[in-house]
Design a protein. Structure first.
Length: 152
């Protein structure tokens, strides 16, 4: 678990630089041929972790339900995210990892419901979900890097 969490934390720490590098307009840019933007990808990673770590473990989310509904799988930006939403994504980037590690270390997670992602095999435990999350972060890091090429 520790190595995968380190990978996730390191990526999210690096991704925080995007908020200082790009304007709100640039973070909201959806290039032609894409369905989403940098902000959606980051919000989606946060949301997905909440779902595969907390919901699958029968625990309450550590973020608000509206955020989950905005960035869950199958959604896309319907309009530009405003400054409050941008700050919420930014604030959750590391905070949610810290909360998860504290919850994990406290023994909060006692059971897990199996699920199957769109790629890969069945996820049968929280530790497998953590490993999947590191892989998932890599997929979306690649998507973000492709979007960045369109930002001028």
């Amino acid at each position: 678990m520790k190595n995968a969490i380190t990978i996730i934390r390191n990526y999210r720490t690096q991704a925080l630089e995007l908020f200082d590098t790009f304007s709100a307009e640039q973070l909201n840019l959806i290039p032609e041929g894409f369905n989403n933007n940098i902000l959606w990808n980051l919000g989606h990673l946060i949301t997905s972790d909440q779902q595969i770590w907390y919901r699958a473990s029968h625990q309450p989310y550590r973020i608000n339900k509206e955020f989950i509904e905005t960035f869950r799988r199958g959604t896309k930006p319907e309009q530009a995210y405003d400054q409050a939403q941008i700050q919420q994504v930014k604030g959750y980037m590391i905070h949610t990892i810290d909360d998860f590690v504290a919850d994990y270390n406290s023994g909060l997670f006692k059971e897990y419901t199996n699920w199957t992602p769109l790629v890969g095999g069945e996820v049968t435990s929280l530790d497998e979900a953590i490993a999947f999350s590191a892989f998932h972060h890599g997929l979306h890091a690649s998507a973000i890097n492709r979007i960045r090429k369109f930002i001028r």
